[in-house]
Design a protein. Structure first.
Length: 368
């Protein structure tokens, strides 16, 4: 899979942009705040319909404009045209010129994995960060998962709204509880099926990049330990006191363990950074195994923070991208010499919302 064409209109600091990208390795070169990360953000937005920076749509609109447009032509087993328009009054998504109402129909047309400084929050941040990571991976690989998650979330909101009322309609509460249990049990099943497959991939990735020999393991940490319906009934008094649903998949977590000790408490900063990279590498491997070809890799401002060994761990991913005619986009702040790597590097100068091509050069590993 590769991104053949990208079109931006009033997106971030880009007024108008049209770029053609061949398969292979793309180096985005420029000073800070020139628009390198914005290009990666646009690609990731088409893959997931959300910014990897975790910001709302209004902040992605160019100054004094009503909305933004992001479009792309993607070539994989099939060729697809993706379009996204966002404004405060309108949001329109289309796939092959067909308007899309269900997000699940759009996800998967473009698959991308981003490596960025925010990834550290997968280790240090709240449980919601890790749930979002798992939910995205399942949504990228199972078309039934996102509608199920949306169904659960909608029911949870309705149930919580009911619990906040002074006088609770018990019949309505029982109805929402039944729906919550039905959807919740299916969500938990999907998640418990994923982790035993993802954990070995993360462990192998951590071994490649870590400077030590600790074993990384991912462990499911659900809020429901037994029967969801029974535990909801048992928690009814707490729910009424707190006026919200206190257990369920929305409270689940994934524990990240180094030698069976919680990394968030006992890991060094270097170990936590290695774990974050290992999780993203595991995501790449899992997507590749499911779909048969690797996703597009978006590497944003992380290489400068890594030592030589951790940077070298990326090389197998880049080599495979070359072998499978996939793509890698890497942002750097200076024009580095690249030596002894596979494929051709396409260099792009990024300056104040303008992108110009520089002559291509052989090899890639010198950037690491």
């Amino acid at each position: 899979m590769h991104l053949a064409h990208l079109r931006l209109r009033d997106f971030r600091n880009y007024r108008r942009l049209d770029l053609d990208f061949p398969p292979g390795f793309h180096l985005l070169i420029g000073d800070n705040a020139q628009g390198k990360s914005n290009l990666l953000e646009a690609i990731y937005l088409l893959a997931t319909l959300r910014s990897f920076r975790g910001i709302p749509g209004a902040q992605m609109v160019r100054h004094d404009q009503p909305g933004y447009f992001v479009g792309a032509r993607v070539i994989g087993r099939e060729e697809h045209a993706l379009k996204l328009y966002w404004s405060t009054s309108k949001r329109q998504i289309s796939l092959d010129d067909r308007n899309i109402r269900r997000i699940s129909e759009f996800l998967g047309a473009l698959r991308a994995v981003v490596f960025c400084t925010e990834d550290l929050q997968l280790v240090k941040g709240a449980a919601s960060r890790r749930r979002r990571f798992i939910d995205l991976l399942l949504s990228q690989t199972d078309p039934t998962y996102l509608p199920l998650l949306q169904r659960y979330t909608k029911t949870l909101r309705s149930r919580n709204a009911l619990l906040k009322q002074r006088s609770i309609d018990e019949s309505a509460l029982d109805s929402f509880t039944h729906e919550l249990v039905t959807a919740g049990n299916q969500l938990m099943h999907h998640r418990t099926q994923l982790l035993p497959r993802l954990s070995p991939l993360a462990r192998l990735a951590y071994r490649r990049i870590a400077l030590d020999q600790e074993e990384l393991r991912l462990e499911d940490h659900p809020s429901v330990r037994g029967d969801f319906a029974v535990e909801l009934t048992q928690s009814r008094h707490r729910e009424r006191a707190l006026r919200q649903t206190v257990i369920g998949p929305h409270r689940d977590d994934v524990r990240l363990l180094l030698n069976d000790r919680p990394a968030i408490q006992f890991g060094s900063e270097g170990q936590k950074r290695s774990i974050a990279i290992a999780l993203k590498m595991a995501q790449v491997e899992y997507l590749t195994g499911i779909h048969g070809n690797p996703p597009i890799l978006l590497i944003d401002d992380v290489m400068g923070e890594l030592d030589a060994k951790r940077r070298a761990a990326f090389l197998p991913l880049l080599q495979r991208a070359h072998q499978t005619r996939s793509q890698v986009f890497l942002t750097v702040t200076q024009n580095q010499d690249l030596i002894e790597g596979p494929g051709t590097v396409v260099r792009w100068n990024v300056n104040a919302g303008s992108v110009t091509s520089v002559r291509a050069r052989r090899s890639i590993s010198g950037a690491f």
